[in-house]
Design a protein around this ligand. Sequence first.
Ligand SMILES: CC(C)(COP(=O)(O)OP(=O)(O)OC[C@H]1O[C@@H](n2cnc3c(N)ncnc32)[C@H](O)[C@@H]1OP(=O)(O)O)[C@@H](O)C(=O)NCCC(=O)NCCS
Length: 112
Amino acid sequence: MQVGIDVVEVDRIKKNMGNPKFLERILTPQEIEVCNYSPQRIAGRWAAKEAIYKVCSEELDPFNWQHIEILNHKNGKPYVQFTKDDLSIKCGKIEISISHEKSVAVAVAIRF
Ligand SMILES: CC(C)(COP(=O)(O)OP(=O)(O)OC[C@H]1O[C@@H](n2cnc3c(N)ncnc32)[C@H](O)[C@@H]1OP(=O)(O)O)[C@@H](O)C(=O)NCCC(=O)NCCS
């Protein structure tokens, strides 16, 4: 089992959101819909993807934000799916947890 963590300042995300290409680069179309332009939720996704990279660096190299998609179950619990088929097999089961406050977001990933 491996654990990865990442923390992100929401301000950094807010600044980048000024660039229209930013969201399209780091989020899938479904994630953009789910985040609804909330800088905190976007920061949470950013942190989660970085945390996942920490437990799956070799497999995700070269890193492409679009290859990881983080959605929510009906009860709000986040889950990871890979948009590139072989990555699900290579990385195996990954669980994540996300938390955000006004100015900071944090995420943890566990690779089983
Ligand atoms: C789920 C819950 C714990 C989230 O806590 P919060 O302080 O409001 O919000 P946080 O910033 O810490 O976490 C938000 C993230 O939690 C995750 N989350 C939401 N519901 C979840 C659930 N049921 N299980 C696991 N993770 C969940 C999501 O990833 C969410 O971020 P996202 O929507 O951008 O993806 C809270 O909304 C809740 O329902 N609590 C139950 C109330 C309660 O009984 N609390 C007392 C126990 S301490």
